[in-house]
Design a binder for this molecule. Structure first.
Ligand code: BGC
Ligand code: NOJ
Length: 814
C-alpha cells in the first residue's frame, strides 16, 4: 500500500494522506541552519549543532508520536471552528491534503472549510533562518474572516539540559517583542551572544510567548485556548516555557489569495555590541533587522526559493543516469544523492531516530559518507578529510567520534575501534580519484589536534595502515579492539552489568580477539595505498604495502576461510565465529562483502562460492540479513550483538549498509543479475508499494529492515542517517552501472542485468562533461569503448587535453 507517489520531474515525494505509518520527514537547510520537518509539520531546528544550539523544542518518543513542530492554526472567526492545515496537531479531517517533500524544502497544502492553505518551508542558501510562506485562498463564494496563529516552542539551547534541568530552566526563559517579531533571548544576558527570532510579515492582532497562556492550563497543542477563543493574551514569558505565537486576522474575499511570511531565525551579535542601548539588557536588533526586512518581502522569498532549486540542480547534475529501471533512475538522480548530502550535513546526529544529543561525528561514518558526496562537493570533502585526519592519534589509531563544533576528538568514546583508521585511506583514495588533487597529500595536518604535531596527510595514511599491522593476533589476523565495523561485536567486553556501555567498557586485554573483516578491509585499502604511493613515486611504501596486502590475504586463506565462506572473527578464547563449527552466528555478511570487494577469491572461484552461501543462508526477499542463525540469547563473550532480539539490528537484521558490499562483490565475479536483484530488494522506491509493512519513508534508505527471525520481517527502522546511503550509491553507480573514477581517468565497466539493452549517463568528472551511452551487444560483460568516435583500448578513458570540456563516450558491452 502507498501513502503517496514520486513526482520525479519536480524531484519531490508527494504524500497524499497525513497518517503515514511513521512520520515521514525531510530536512531543511544545507549549510549551518538546519531543520527536520515531518509530513504533518512536526520537527525542530538548530544551528550547526543539534545538541548545543537547538532553537525549538522537540520531545522524542512522545504520544502522539510526532508532536511539536512548526504549527499553524486557522480559525473561522464566524463559526469559531479551527483546524491545523498540516493536520497535526488538531487532527480534524481535511478535505484535501498533500505534503511535497523536495530538495531542501517541504510544501504542505490542504483544504478545509473551503479555505486552501499552502505552506512552503525552506531555508534560503546563505542564511541562518527558515521561511514559512503561507498562502491562504478563499474557495468560498463569500468573504471569509480567518484568524491565523503560528506556534513554535523554543528550546533553551542545550537540548539535553533543556529536557532535564528544570529546577534552573523554569526560571531562565526570557523574550522580547518588538513590532511583529518575537525574540527568544534566554541566557543572552550572560554568556550567549545569540538569540532566536520569530517574525511575521503581517500586522499582529495579538501574540503569546508564554506556553501555558497560549495553550491554557492542562491543555495540549491540539486545542490551544487562544485559538479556540480566537484571542491571544499577549503574554510575555518569564521563566517557564517561552514560545512564539503570532495571531493575525485575514479578510479574504471570494477567490482571493493572500501570502503571509513567518521567519524563524538564529542570529549572533558581536559580544561588545550585544545590547542596545549599550549598558541595557535589551537585544541589539540593528544587525538582524535588515535580514528580517528582506525576507518579509515576497519577491525575495521567491528569489531565495529559486536559488535553492538551482543549488540542488547543480549538485544533482554532476551525475544523472537514464536506465531501463525507474527506481534506479529516481534513487540515483534524486533521492540517494540527496540522502548522501544529508549524511554529510547531519552525520548521525539528528533524525527521528537520532535525538541530536548523542553521537558526534563518527570517524568511520564520516569517511564512508564521503564516498557518496565527493563528486558533488569536492571542496567540502577536502575540508572534511583534513578535519578527520587531524583527529587521528599519533599511533595511527582514531578517535571514534569528534564534535562538529570544536572538531576535536571525543574523549568519552575514545578510540580502539580497530577498523576506524583504515576508512580514512578509503576516503582519501575516493577523493584523489574524483579530483586528482594530489597536493592534498602534502598538506600539513595535526595529530590529536595538537599544535606542532603536523605531518603531511600522506603520513597519516601510512600510520593508519601501520596501526593494523602493529596489532595482529595469535592467527596473524588484525586484533578487533572494541569492535570493528560491527559496533556490536564486542569481543573484549564481557558485560553483565545493566547500563554499562558495550563499546567503551573493555575488560579483556584485547590481545586475542581478531577480525577477519579488518583483514579484508586492510587488503582493500593497502591496495589503494600501493596506487597512491606509486603515484608519489614512493616505491618503498608501495612495495611494503604490496607485500603486506599479499601476506594479509594469505592469512585470511589460512585462518579466515571456512570452506564455503569467509569466517568472521576469533573471540577472546581463540574460538572461531562465523564458521560451520558454530551453532549460532555461522555465517556473517560483512567478511563476504569486504574480502571479495578487496579481490579475494575472485580468480579461483572461492568468491563465487562465498556469494552462493550468502544467497543460500542470508538472502531474503527484503534484503540480506547480517548473520545466521541469529543469536537466541545473550552471550557474554560476544557483547551487544547478542543483546538484540533475533532479527533486529546487528543480530540478524537486514543491516542495509552491508548489502551493497555484496552487490559490489557480485559485480567482481561478473554477476550483474544477482547484484541488481539485491539492489532492488532494499531500494526504497521499489519498496514503496509495501509502505504499510516497510513503514519508513519510501524515498530514503533506512539503516535496518527487520530480518527473517523478527516477527515484523520487512519493517524498516532508523531512516535517513546511515552509511547505507553512500554505500548503495557506490554500489549502483560505480559497481553495477560501472562509472568509476580512477586515479588516471574515468573507468566505464558496467556489470548490469542481462536483460538491459543499455543506459545513458551524464557525469561531470574533473571539470569535463562525459556523455556516456552504454549499449549491449552480447550477453557478457566485456567492454569496448569509443571516445569521440575513436576506439580506445581498456576500460579507463584517459584524461583529455585541458581545453576539452565535453567527451562523448560509447561503451559496447557483451
Ligand atoms: C547500534 C549500532 C550503532 C552503535 C552506535 C548500537 O547500539 O546497534 O548500530 O553503531 O550503537 O554507538
Ligand atoms: C551504525 C554506526 O554508525 C556504524 O559506524 C556501524 O558500522 C554500524 N552501526 C554497524 O554497527
Amino acid at each position: 500500500m502507498k501513502y503517496g507517489h514520486f513526482d520525479d520531474s519536480a524531484r519531490e515525494y508527494v504524500i497524499t494522506r497525513p497518517d503515514t505509518p511513521l512520520p515521514w520527514i525531510n530536512y531543511l537547510g544545507c549549510e549551518a541552519y538546519f531543520g527536520l520537518i515531518s509530513n504533518t509539520a512536526g520537527g525542530y531546528s538548530f544551528y550547526k549543532d543539534a545538541r548545543l544550539r537547538r532553537l525549538t523544542r522537540y520531545r522524542y518518543n512522545n504520544a502522539p508520536y510526532d508532536m511539536g513542530g512548526r504549527y499553524i492554526y486557522l480559525r473561522d472567526n464566524a463559526d469559531h471552528k479551527f483546524w491545523s492545515p498540516s493536520w497535526m496537531p488538531v487532527r480534524s479531517d481535511l478535505d484535501e491534503y498533500t505534503c511535497r517533500h523536495g530538495m531542501g524544502y517541504t510544501i504542505i497544502r490542504s483544504v478545509s472549510h473551503r479555505i486552501e492553505a499552502e505552506t512552503r518551508y525552506f531555508v534560503p542558501i546563505g542564511e541562518n533562518l527558515e521561511i514559512w510562506e503561507l498562502t491562504l485562498t478563499n474557495k468560498r463564494a463569500k468573504t471569509a474572516d480567518i484568524s491565523a496563529f503560528s506556534a513554535v516552542e523554543f528550546c533553551l539551547w542545550d537540548a539535553l539540559d533543556d529536557s532535564t534541568n528544570f529546577q534552573r530552566n523554569f526560571s531562565t526563559g526570557q523574550v522580547e517583542l518588538v513590532d511583529e517579531v518575537i525574540y527568544h533571548k534566554t541566557e543572552y544576558r550572560e554568556r550567549r551572544d545569540h538569540f532566536a527570532y520569530f517574525a511575521c510579515s503581517e500586522k499582529l492582532v495579538g501574540f503569546d510567548t508564554q506556553r501555558e497562556a497560549f495553550l491554557g492550563a492542562y491543555r495540549g497543542w491540539d486545542s490551544p485556548a487562544a485559538v479556540e477563543a480566537g484571542e491571544s493574551s499577549n503574554s510575555m514569558a518569564n521563566g517557564w516555557q517561552p514560545i512564539g505565537a503570532h495571531h493575525i486576522k485575514v479578510q479574504l474575499m471570494a477567490g482571493e489569495s493572500r501570502k503571509i511570511v513567518f521567519i524563524l531565525g538564529y542570529h549572533e551579535n558581536p559580544r561588545d555590541a550585544k545590547f542596545d542601548p549599550p549598558g541595557s539588557q535589551t537585544i541589539n536588533k540593528k544587525t538582524v533587522k535588515p535580514i528580517i526586512a528582506k525576507y518579509t518581502q515576497l519577491k525575495n522569498v521567491d528569489a531565495a526559493f529559486i536559488a535553492l532549486h538551482d543549488y540542488w540542480t547543480e549538485l544533482l547534475g554532476k551525475l544523472q543516469v537514464n536506465t531501463p529501471d525507474e527506481h534506479t533512475n529516481r534513487m540515483v538522480n534524486i533521492w540517494n544523492a540527496y540522502q548522501c548530502m544529508i549524511t554529510f550535513n547531519i552525520s548521525r546526529s539528528a533524525s527521528y531516530f537520532e535525538s541530536g544529543i548523542g553521537r558526534g561525528m563518527g570517524f568511520r561514518d564520516s569517511n564512508q559518507d564521503l564516498l557518496g558526496f565527493v563528486h558533488m562537493i569536492p571542496e567540502r570533502a577536502r575540508e572534511r578529510i583534513l578535519d578527520l585526519a587531524a583527529t587521528l592519534l599519533k599511533n595511527g589509531g582514531a578517535f571514534h567520534q569528534y564534535q562538529p563544533l570544536t572538531k576535536r576528538g571525543n574523549n568519552d568514546v575514545g578510540s580502539g575501534f580497530n577498523d576506524d583508521p583504515a576508512w580514512l585511506v578509503l576516503a582519501v583514495a575516493a577523493y584523489l580519484k574524483e579530483t586528482g588533487d594530489w597536493e592534498i597529500l602534502e598538506m600539513p595536518v595535526q595529530y590529536e589536534n595538537e599544535a606542532g604535531s603536523e605531518t603531511p596527510l600522506y603520513e597519516h595514511l601510512q600510520r593508519s595502515l601501520q596501526y593494523t599491522l602493529d596489532r595482529l593476533g595469535p592467527n596473524e589476523l588484525p586484533l578487533i579492539g572494541r569492535a570493528d565495523w560491527n559496533d556490536c561485536l564486542n569481543l573484549n567486553c564481557f558485560s553483565d552489568t545493566p547500563g554499562q556501555s558495550f563499546q567503551t567498557t573493555t575488560n579483556k586485554d584485547g590481545t586475542v580477539a581478531e577480525s577477519v573483516f579488518i583483514a579484508g578491509l586492510f587488503v582493500l585499502v593497502a591496495k589503494e595505498m600501493v596506487a597512491i604511493a606509486g603515484h608519489k613515486a614512493d616505491s618503498g611504501e608501495a612495495a611494503k604495502m604490496q607485500l603486506a596486502a599479499a601476506q594479509m590475504e594469505a592469512t585470511v586463506w589460512k585462518s579466515g576461510w571456512d570452506g564455503g565462506w569467509f569466517r568472521r572473527a576469533y573471540d577472546d578464547f581463540g574460538h572461531v565465529l562465523g564458521s560451520k563449527e558454530n551453532t549460532e552466528g555461522q555465517i556473517f555478511i560483512e567478511p563476504q562483502g569486504i574480502c571479495i570487494w578487496a579481490g579475494l577469491g575472485v580468480e579461483d572461484g572461492r568468491a563465487q562460492k562465498a556469494l552462493d552461501s550468502v544467497a543460500k543462508y542470508l538472502a531474503t526477499p527484503h534484503g540480506i540479513v547480517l548473520q545466521q542463525p541469529a543469536f537466541s540469547r545473550y552471550y557474554l563473550h560476544l557483547g551487544e550483538i547478542s543483546s538484540y532480539p533475533p532479527g533486529y539490528k546487528e543480530n540478524a537484521g537486514i543491516f542495509c549498509h552491508t548489502n551493497p558490499w555484496i552487490m559490489i562483490a557480485e559485480t567482481k565475479v561478473g554477476r550483474g543479475d544477482q547484484a541488481f536483484d539485491y539492489y532492488m530488494r532494499i531500494n526504497p522506491s521499489k519498496r514503496e508499494g509495501i509502505s504499510e509493512l516497510h513503514k519508513c519513508e519510501p524515498y530514503v534508505y533506512p539503516q535496518m529492515i527487520a530480518g527473517k527471525d523478527a516477527p515484523a520481517h520487512g519493517e524498516a527502522k532508523n531512516s535517513w542517517l546511515s552509511g547505507t546511503a553512500a554505500m548503495n550509491f557506490v554500489a549502483i553507480t560505480q559497481a553495477i552501472l560501472g562509472i568509476q573514477p580512477q586515479y588516471d581517468g574515468l573507468e566505464i565497466k558496467p556489470i548490469i542485468p542481462s536483460g538491459w539493452q543499455g543506459f545513458d549517463v551524464v557525469r561531470y568528472f574533473r571539470g569535463v562533461r562525459y556523455e556516456i551511452s552504454v549499449s549491449r551487444k552480447g550477453t557478457g560483460n566485456k567492454v569496448l569503448l569509443e571516445v569521440d568516435g575513436k576506439p580506445i583500448s581498456g576500460t579507463i578513458i584517459p584524461l583529455p587535453a585541458r581545453d576539452v570540456k565535453i567527451l562523448k563516450v560509447i561503451a559496447y558491452i557483451g
